[in-house]
Design a protein around this ligand. Structure first.
Ligand SMILES: *Cc1c(COP(=O)(O)O)cnc(C)c1O
Length: 818
């Protein structure tokens, strides 16, 4: 007997259908006959929201009335993905929904597909925030996600005829958003600009302008916990009265100018990834949402109190700073406590340092956020004063801890130069209680390299929490076939809330019948993806070939170039007759990647991949052997379809550059084998699934460092490996640009002269591992055994486990009483 513990609402499908009918009538104003799939989507979403309402209200009451400290997850990005299926799952309404929409004459998938995916994040960092709030709710921990409701999310990517990336605005809010509840009555005022004056011996900020931050609340239902938390995203609105006088003179644009300016703050998500651009608007955004969120938390936890005792603030809620974007919250809480509530500096400092913790997401020095002090002074003059005072206090503390003057200088929060800078990571590290990296290797490198001086003096602050992903979205929803097989194999579905139970699959890897069932699930997922790729993109994919996938943001350190060069080299081998195409395992290489719009090399790499695809896919010599598919606009939806269909997962970054990665976890949990370097969480995945079940290649962090130190010359590798030379020559001679040698010249020159991420140095090792991959793939039973062992041993990479680590090491809190 299989034990089933998934939530299941007791309402009948008939009653659920009636609820949808009611909502269609009273909210949409249509009959079921008039309704479109989009109408049914909106009505069904509202119906699910109603079913979650009691749990949502009770969770909030228990949070405010109880004495369990809550978590505030401050993040500039939440890459949530579509909501309907996930909410149905957690509300226990999936079956009723399927039946009800059928009864109403609709196809369930069409209704699901009517939801427009909100793209309020760039990549891994934003998706992590989404997985974390899912896990917090599923563990029953009271929590808020706090961020921005951008009007335009991450751009929609298209490719033009030349294969170049084109960015289209993603005006997602032009679609129905049945999940977000706008709460005009609970807005917050956020001030900007102006000056600080001395009044009665006090520093008083006289701001020049303000915007109104309006909360939009999204329910975050836990899986099987009975708890529903809140994602509160702030929308910016103007306070300024519409100027009727101006309007009457038909000077419309002038009349609405203040509105436009204020509302710009929540207008667009910065499509940046890993590196920072110093944009004034970006700092405005950061201050906007952290200030509103801190005031909101005071409102929530001290309801109706004019003079709350904020010395208890850190016992009510602990704030996690997801990267440096919300770090301006540190001086803001100081300001609130001192200026708005009259506490002295020391009391404010004690509360503030207990309240915040900081997660660092990078090792790339250019990605550590630094603001010109002059800009902070212009936008937030009082905060600059506070930051300077924090800096003075810090320098005095350091002088007590060390005699090393150089070290003290290096650690300054505010640099000592004419055009002084404020280092947000340093501010967060000093003021936060804990600082964590996102995988073992990354946390170690943070201590050894990026924040070395800090770890020397404040070692106890540093800890690690390895990232994770939610098994609800990335297994249950994305891969229903595998989920059923796992439940059958384990005799229970409890693994969805206790992912280490997957370990129980290990013996089944030796059961040929089970292995064949597993292989069948994978094959069916490939067929399903091929169908999607046909319908959506017009691709013809052959599900009998190996699906070899690389999906992630396009960045030089991630090394999509390494992958495409290997494909080109193989193509060159076949064309020159060195290799018989029949000796190779037929592969479909699938790429998905957006590039930051201003990132020239990344965009050129996208163009190259598209044009290699054009040549290879149209060459009869390699037909049925090599194929490239590059679906544009990679997002959560594509991820959910492609990851379950993938057999080989590419995690090939230069060692020491990928902080963690989370797609590597999604793939292992869905039974793909990884080819990868010893980087980020790959290290921990390999340690768990077993070295014999992971295709490792390439330089280690130490070898990379040694090679930099010795002086890296990529051209030596070009000369030494004829395959590499042939591949680069093919790019250089215009094979993939209609004979034009100019098109990819910047890429070729970079590879030969600079190659900062050592793509060329790792090329030969990467090629050598390919024959091992092919050999194993020829033995499908063995391949799938290993794939099952990947699934069985990846339970650690649940975001539930990450959250448990945070609770224990950083937040020092736990679930509400049942
Ligand atoms: C998981 C995920 C990412 C992160 O991918 P990495 O390979 O870990 O960088 C980015 N984008 C989407 C849509 C994801 O689902």
């Amino acid at each position: 007997m299989t034990e089933l513990t998934a939530p299941k609402s007791s309402i009948s499908s008939k009653d659920f259908a009636n609820e949808i009918r009611e909502l269609l009538k009273y909210e949409q104003g249509v009959t079921p006959e008039q309704a479109s799939a989009a109408d049914v989507y909106v009505a069904a979403s509202s119906a699910v929201r109603r079913h979650l309402m009691d749990s949502w209200m009770k969770t909030q009451q228990d949070m405010v009335n109880g004495n369990t400290k809550a978590v505030g997850y401050l993040s500039a990005e939440f890459l949530m993905g579509r909501q309907l299926r996930n909410s149905l799952l957690n509300a226990g309404l999936t079956e009723q929904f399927n039946e009800a929409v059928k009864e109403l004459g609709f196809d369930a998938q069409k209704v699901i597909d009517a939801e427009y995916e909100p793209g309020l994040g760039n990549g891994g960092l934003g998706r992590l925030a989404a997985c974390f709030i899912d896990s917090l709710a599923s563990l029953g921990v009271p929590a808020f996600g706090y961020g921005i409701q951008y009007k335009y999310g991450i751009f929609r990517q298209e490719f033009d005829e030349e294969g170049k990336q084109v960015e289209r605005p993603d005006y997602w809010l032009a679609n129905e958003d049945p999940w977000g509840h706008i709460d005009y009555g609970r807005s917050q005022r956020v001030n900007f600009g102006g000056e600080v004056v001395e009044e009665d011996g006090k520093r008083v900020w006289k701001p020049a302008w303000a915007v109104r931050a309006i909360p939009v609340d999204y329910m975050v239902p836990g899986y099987a916990s009975g708890r529903v938390n809140t994602l509160r995203l702030w929308q910016a609105k103007s306070y300024d009265e519409f100027d009727l006088l101006e309007f009457n003179k038909s000077e419309y644009m002038k009349a609405v100018e203040p509105q436009v300016q204020a509302e710009n703050i929540s207008k667009i998500l910065y499509p940046e990834d890993s590196t920072q651009v110093g944009k004034e608007l970006r700092l405005e955004q950061q201050y906007f949402f952290t200030s509103a969120s801190l005031h909101d938390a005071i409102r929530v936890f001290y309801p109706g109190q004019d003079k709350p005792d904020l010395t208890t603030f850190a016992d009510k809620i602990t704030f996690q700073l997801n990267d440096t974007h919300p770090v301006i919250g540190i001086p803001e809480l100081m300001r609130i406590l001192i200026d708005e509530y009259g506490y002295d500096w020391d009391t404010a400092w004690t509360v503030t340092t207990k309240t915040f913790n900081y997660t660092c997401h990078t090792l790339l020095p250019e990605a550590l956020e630094v603001w010109p002090a002059s800009l902070i002074g212009k936008l937030l003059p009082r905060h600059l004063e506070i930051i300077e005072k924090i800096n003075d206090q810090f320098l005095a503390e350091l002088a007590d801890l060390t005699d090393d003057q150089d070290k003290i200088e290096r650690m300054r929060i505010v640099t000592d130069e004419d055009d002084a800078k404020v280092r947000m990571a340093y501010l967060a590290t000093y003021a936060g209680s804990h600082v964590n990296g996102v995988a073992e290797l990354h946390s170690q490198l943070l201590k050894d390299v990026t924040l070395r001086d800090f770890s020397d003096l404040f070692d106890a602050k540093f800890t690690n929490v390895t990232n994770g992903v939610t098994p609800r979205r990335f297994m249950k929803l994305a891969n229903p076939g595998l989920s059923e097989l796992i439940t059958e194999g384990l005799g229970t579905d409890k693994w969805l809330s206790d992912l280490e139970l997957l370990k129980g699959l290990e013996p089944l890897a030796q059961d040929d019948e089970f292995v064949k069932k597993f292989a069948k699930v994978k094959y069916d997922n490939k067929v399903k993806f091929a169908q999607f790729a046909k319908d959506e993109y017009g691709f013809d994919l052959d599900a009998s070939t190996m699906f070899d996938t690389m999906i992630k943001r396009l960045h030089e350190y991630k090394r999509q170039a390494l992958k495409i060069l290997e494909v080109i080299a193989t193509y060159a081998d076949i064309k020159s007759g060195k290799v018989n195409a029949d000796d190779l395992t037929p592969r479909t290489f699938i790429f998905g990647a957006k590039s930051a719009p201003g990132y020239y090399m990344a965009k050129l790499t996208i163009q190259l991949i598209n044009n290699v695809a054009k040549v290879i896919n149209n060459d009869p010599d390699v037909k049925g052997k090599l194929k490239i598919a590059f679906p544009y606009n990679y997002n959560i939806r594509v991820a959910q379809l492609l990851i379950p269909a993938t057999e080989l997962d590419e995690q090939i970054s230069q060692a020491g550059k990928e902080a963690s990665g989370t797609s590597n976890m999604k793939f292992a949990l869905n039974g793909a084998l990884t080819v990868g370097t010893l980087d980020g969480a790959n290290v921990e995945i390999r340690a768990r699934v077993g070295a014999e079940n992971f295709f490792l290649f390439g330089m280690t962090v130490d070898e990379v460092e040694a090679l930099y130190a010795a002086g890296y010359d990529p051209s030596k590798y070009y000369e030494a490996d004829p395959r590499l030379k042939a591949a680069i020559d093919m790019v250089a001679n215009g094979t993939f640009s209609d004979g034009d040698a100019e098109t990819y010249e910047p890429l070729v020159t970079d590879w030969l002269k600079k190659d900062w991420f050592m793509t060329l140095a790792d090329f030969t090792a990467y090629h050598d591992i390919q024959s091992q991959i092919d050999t194993l793939y020829a033995d499908q039973l063995e391949w799938n055994r290993k794939a099952i062992l990947n699934v069985a041993n990846s339970g650690y990479f649940s975001s539930d486990r990450s959250i448990e680590d945070y609770l224990e090491r950083i937040w020092m809190t736990g679930p509400l009483d049942k």
